[in-house]
Design a protein around this ligand. Structure first.
Ligand code: ZN
Ligand code: ZN
Ligand code: ZN
Length: 747
């Protein structure tokens, strides 16, 4: 007889790992015990050598669906005398407490089968879950993770659930949110004025949706507003009530219904069906849906039902539903019942409520699959609080708290070679979002047992996150916005701290440069600790300041003027107040210079007539231009001038002006192609001159798949680092800030 002590690291708590080890050990005829501790799971096992090897190999190979095994480490174990008679699961005392919590996970196939089985105890039950699926982070109030510290605490388990919970052979062994119709949360429907309705809540909701009504639905991480996505009048009414003219709506449908409107690739199906169950942007195919769902967009954002509640509702309607966040414009999603009655009464005709509280607000995550691979646009439900490993060379870095940017705010904490990149919070200009930001700081610090030694912030003093960081009384590391983007893409690719420099193409909206101007179309040569700016788009004034970020025509006018095409600007923009604006620009009034690539996209979208007069959401004109360009075949790019790293679009404007009969798809594609060629050339040169080891791509504009594909073509043969797990937009900024601060502290 031999004894092994096996340490398992990774996401191994709260996922049914101990009962899984118990079953494995019993199958192999081993004796010993399995327990949780601060480092993960510890297995003490004794038996035949071959059985121990099979146990060790099975730990990773047969792990439960939600587990992620990072390491299995074996040491000798001196088997006590007398030796254990069986294999046991150590009770959860203080030492055995679960110190980590996993992300929320979509309903597993077994639970789905149960809610559809008329003979099952949980038939039709909207809160069915098990150790392989269900709510986690959204119901967590504190650690260690057990039922008493979740919003399931008020629900006392019935004897049948208790028996499942205590049976190691059951799928619900130690499933903290375990529930059934006898003992768990209840669902009901009520009218917009708060009167509870008798009858099956989901049946009533289904009828209302099929009749074209709008339903507020309390889900996992917040309230959604739902309507029939095939009903143009319902979609238009939802837009009218929400005062949301154009921003795309997300859709939810079961698989057979989704297949009528889209043809997901195998990779897209894999993401849709993953436990994280994000929204995935997928091209249109098959039957058409109302254009108003996502005006001007080539792709629609789809998700599969991810809780039993959603499955039951989708089964009842048999068609796709709009599932957009239930919030007042600019505010975070509503999570409380009373708050929903107060704020959503003007939007919804019917409410579907339940009595399980939402402890944490989490939006739906958003992803897309491009030719180059997966891309995360919004990191939230299903992905947090997952951790990211830090690259080689950061193991001894201090604990850093990084606070991110202003829009798409998210925070990041680093410790022991791991980074916890928090969920998407939104725009910190909103008071409630700022409150959520402060709450997230408290939450994640407690969750990660984090004791920050320094705080990392953006250079921009006007950002609320920057000011919050400065007020913490900790050493402050200021990180240039696009340097943080560079570090974020290096970090997620595990580029070692001493891996050398890269040439980073950072195409973005706006970020404060270290020369006091506003950057956003840059090639930075650098690493985690520092950078130099070796390429940039010729700056242009943001005419009217912030108004230039919302009104694309302002950017078109200044770019045409700079290219010597003022007459063309007058022709294209006859009704705009051009002359007062030109005088202000000439006088340098409210016209800060910016090299933003995002604003150049706005300008070209306006030139082609695809941009709105005033954008109603961030990135709108750029997304519309991408959608137009996606309709073109291969093209040659418009000419951009590249001299000494300065990328000047003036020749592009003149070439386009001379060929204005070019069809919009080709013209838009030529814009993407020309811009990509120019930036790729600057970055390539840095590599071929031996100044950079690789090229890195980041910044919000890199969410554009047409642009990414063009850049990759022009970078063929050069090592390229891109974002796959961390958002290229400002949702990834804090991760980069933390790495820069860590690298500087170690230098
Ligand atoms: Zn399940
Ligand atoms: Zn029960
Ligand atoms: Zn940015």
């Amino acid at each position: 007889m031999q004894g092994w002590q096996i340490r398992v690291r990774g996401q191994v708590q709260g996922v049914g790992f101990r009962p899984f080890v118990w079953r494995l050990a019993r199958r192999e005829g081993l004796v010993g015990a399995v327990s949780n501790d601060a480092e993960g799971v510890l297995v003490l096992a004794a038996g035949a050598a071959g059985a121990l090897v099979r146990l060790r190999d099975g730990l990773a190979a047969e792990a439960p669906p939600l587990a992620r095994v990072d390491a299995v480490e074996v040491a000798d174990w001196a088997v006590p005398d007398p030796r254990p008679e069986s294999f046991t699961i150590a009770a959860s005392g203080a030492a055995g407490a679960e110190t980590r919590v996993t992300p929320d996970a979509a309903t597993c196939p077994e639970c789905l089968a149960e809610i559809r089985d008329p003979g099952a105890r949980r038939y039709g039950y909207a809160f069915t879950n098990c150790t392989h699926c269900g709510p986690r982070f959204t119901i967590l109030r504190g650690l260690p993770y057990d039922r008493a510290r979740t919003t399931m605490a008020p629900f006392e388990m019935c004897p049948a659930c208790r028996a499942d919970y205590e049976d190691p052979a059951d799928r619900r062994f130690h499933a903290q949110p375990i529930a059934c119709p006898d003992c768990g949360p209840k669902l009901w429907a009520e009218t917009a004025d708060g009167a509870a309705l008798d009858g099956d809540a989901l049946g009533l909701a289904g009828e209302a949706l099929l009749a074209g009504r709008i339903v507020a639905l309390k889900g996992l991480g917040g309230f959604h507003l739902a309507c029939d996505a095939t009903n143009p009048a319902a979609v238009a009414e939802l837009r009218r009530r929400k005062r949301r003219p154009a921003k795309p709506f997300a859709l939810m449908a079961g698989e057979p219904v989704l297949e009528r409107y889209a043809a997901p690739s195998p990779q897209e199906w894999a993401r849709l069906r993953s436990p994280a169950a994000p929204i995935v942007l997928i091209g249109k195919a098959g039957a058409t849906l109302p254009e108003a769902l996502a005006p001007g967009q080539g792709a629609l954002g789809w998700m599969l039902p991810y809780t039993p509640l959603h499955h039951l509702l989708l089964d009842a309607v048999g068609r796709p539903l709009v599932m957009t966040s239930g919030n007042l414009s600019g505010e975070p999603q509503v999570i409380g019942n009373a708050e929903a009655r107060e704020k959503l009464a003007g939007f919804a005709d019917l409410f579907v409520m339940h009595d399980r509280e939402i402890a944490r607000r989490l939006d739906d995550s958003v992803e897309r699959i491009t030719l180059a691979g997966p891309m995360v646009l919004r990191r939230a439900r299903g992905q947090v609080p997952g951790t990211l490993p830090l690259p080689e060379g950061f193991a001894d870095a201090p604990q850093v708290l990084a606070l991110g940017g202003q829009m798409k705010a998210a925070i990041c904490l680093t410790k022991n070679g791991q980074a916890l990149l928090g969920h998407h919070l939104g725009d910190l200009d909103d008071a409630l979002t700022l409150q959520a930001f402060e709450q997230a700081l408290e939450d994640y610090r407690a969750l990660f047992d984090h004791r920050p030694e320094m705080v990392a912030v953006d250079l921009h003093h006007g950002y609320r996150a920057t000011r919050a960081g400065e007020a913490m009384g900790l050493p402050v590391e200021r990180v240039q916005h696009h340097h943080a983007h560079l570090a974020a893409v290096l970090g997620e690719n595990l580029w070692p701290r001493d891996g050398g420099k890269v040439a980073a193409i950072v195409l973005d909206g706006l970020g404060l440069g270290d020369d006091g101007t506003i950057w956003g179309g840059e090639v930075l040569l650098g690493d985690y600790a520092g950078f130099e700016r070796i390429g940039w788009l010729t700056p242009a004034p943001l005419a009217g300041g912030d108004a230039a970020n919302r009104e694309p025509w302002r950017n078109l006018m200044v770019r045409l003027d700079a290219a010597g095409l003022a007459g063309l600007a007058d022709e294209i923009l006859p009704d705009r107040p051009r002359e007062p604006l030109r005088r202000a620009v000439a006088a340098g009034v409210n016209a800060p210079l910016s090299s933003s690539a995002g604003r150049l996209f706005d300008a070209f979208a306006c030139a082609l007539g695809v941009a709105p007069e005033r954008m109603s959401y961030e990135g709108e004109a750029g997304m519309l231009l991408e959608a137009v360009a996606a309709g073109a075949g291969p093209v040659d790019g418009w000419p951009f001038d590249v001299a000494g790293g300065v990328i000047d679009p003036a020749p592009m404007w003149r070439a386009w002006a001379a060929a204005r009969d070019t069809p919009a798809p080709e013209a838009a594609a030529m814009f993407h192609e020309g811009l990509a060629a120019a930036f790729a050339r600057v970055a390539r040169d840095a590599v071929s001159q031996g100044r950079a080891e690789a090229v890195a791509l980041s910044g919000g504009v890199l969410q554009n798949a047409v642009l990414e594909a063009a850049l990759l073509r022009h970078l063929d043969g050069v090592p390229v680092l891109r974002h796959a797990k961390v958002p290229a937009n400002d949702g990834g900024l804090a991760f980069g800030q933390a790495l820069v601060a860590g690298a500087r502290a170690l230098a």
